[in-house]
Design a protein around this ligand. Structure first.
Ligand code: UDP
Ligand code: MG
Length: 320
């Protein structure tokens, strides 16, 4: 194994990609070789517990190619975990994460590197058009609008995991401890100078997406919940609305029926009054939930143990 630091680390999460893996590796290496000798590289494949022959193929590739490192998970932990593992073990001055299914065009790697050499610490691939199914496109639209409405931290729609991060960003990324994570959102949270490279997503070479509808919905929920406690507050607001409504209706009925003896002939029944009372108490309960939400959101923020700030050391002066 070479011990000196490569310029570039490529981190590729792999889950059941056996059919396309060799082709993917060949095209990746093709691009990387054209960048040598200025840009030395290592490729880190992280097998996320594939059920097919992916792991065996990766081992074979690594036997032949000494620039390849493999991390094999004991079971499927999800792409976010695979990316984190890869970023942890990457030793390059810059790290590029990309999908192993060929959907992130490897030909654009030189553009990412150029942007990085120009001073960007984070280079983000923006998906221009995609051949994804209409259902997925709608889902992704919904997710972004929902996410951005709910959370104080905004995600750029169509920003992807096809990214380059500088080793400085890597160091800060590794300090983040939360286990429910969306790599993209965390990198966005870290800040630093950024640049964008837009690309047109290719068809998946072979195989099928590892993300089932269920997993996607789970991921969306997780990322919203891990970023923002705002959904919890919504219940509290609903409670306030219900309570106020019940109060208005209740007072009107009391005045009209009990004090003025029904001049408008509404003839409110006891059941209707009970209904109003019920509405009132449900409102109160929801308000209490909203109050609980405020406490929970404090715990939520604290439990993530996010650093209070991130220093851009390269640009700060006289800081160790
Ligand atoms: N992947 C992974 N673990 C999973 C699912 C997917 O590491 O549980 C990898 C997969 O091999 C691919 C990348 O993550 O390299 C993107 O997955 P996929 O193509 O299924 O997602 P999509 O393109 O629909 O976002
Ligand atoms: Mg894909």
């Amino acid at each position: 194994m070479t011990t000196h630091k490569p310029v570039l680390s490529l981190v590729v999460p792999i889950y059941n990609e056996a059919d396309g893996l060799v082709d993917f590796h060949t095209s990746l290496v093709g691009v990387l070789k054209s960048l040598r000798p200025e840009v030395s590289y290592e490729i880190i494949y992280c097998d996320d517990g594939s059920a097919d022959a992916s792991a065996a193929i990766l081992s074979k590739i690594a036997d032949k190619d000494t620039t390849v490192k493999t991390i094999l998970f004991s079971r499927n932990f999800g792409k976010e975990s695979a990316l984190s593992a890869g970023i942890t073990y990457a030793t390059g001055e810059a790290i590029i994460t990309l999908d192993g299914d060929g959907q992130h065009p490897v030909e654009l790697i030189p553009e990412f590197i150029a942007a990085w050499k120009d001073g960007a610490k984070v280079v983000i691939g923006i998906r221009k058009a995609s051949n994804a199914s209409p259902l997925k496109a709608i889902e992704s639209k919904l997710f972004y609008s929902f996410f951005n409405r709910l959370s104080s931290q905004k995600l750029i729609p169509q920003s992807t995991d096809f990214r380059l991060i500088d080793q400085q960003v890597q160091a800060e990324f590794l300090k983040l401890e939360e286990s429910n994570r969306m790599t993209r959102a965390l990198i966005d949270w870290l800040g630093f100078e950024r640049a964008y490279v837009s690309y047109i997503e290719k068809e998946r070479a072979v195989g099928k997406p590892g993300y089932s509808q269920r997993k996607l919905i789970q991921l969306a929920m997780n990322s919203i919940v891990s970023i923002s406690p705002r959904p919890l507050y919504l219940l509290g607001y609903l409670g306030v609305i219900l309570t106020v409504l019940a109060l208005i209706v209740g007072i009107t009925v009391i005045v009209e029926q009990l004090l003025l003896h029904d001049p408008l002939m509404w003839k409110f029944t006891g059941t209707a009054m009970l209904g109003i009372l019920l509405l009132f108490f449900v409102g109160i309960i929801l308000i209490s939930q909203g109050i609980l939400a405020i406490y929970i959101s404090h715990i939520h923020t604290e439990s993530k143990k996010r650093p209070l700030y991130v220093i851009d050391r390269a640009r700060s002066k006289r800081i160790e």
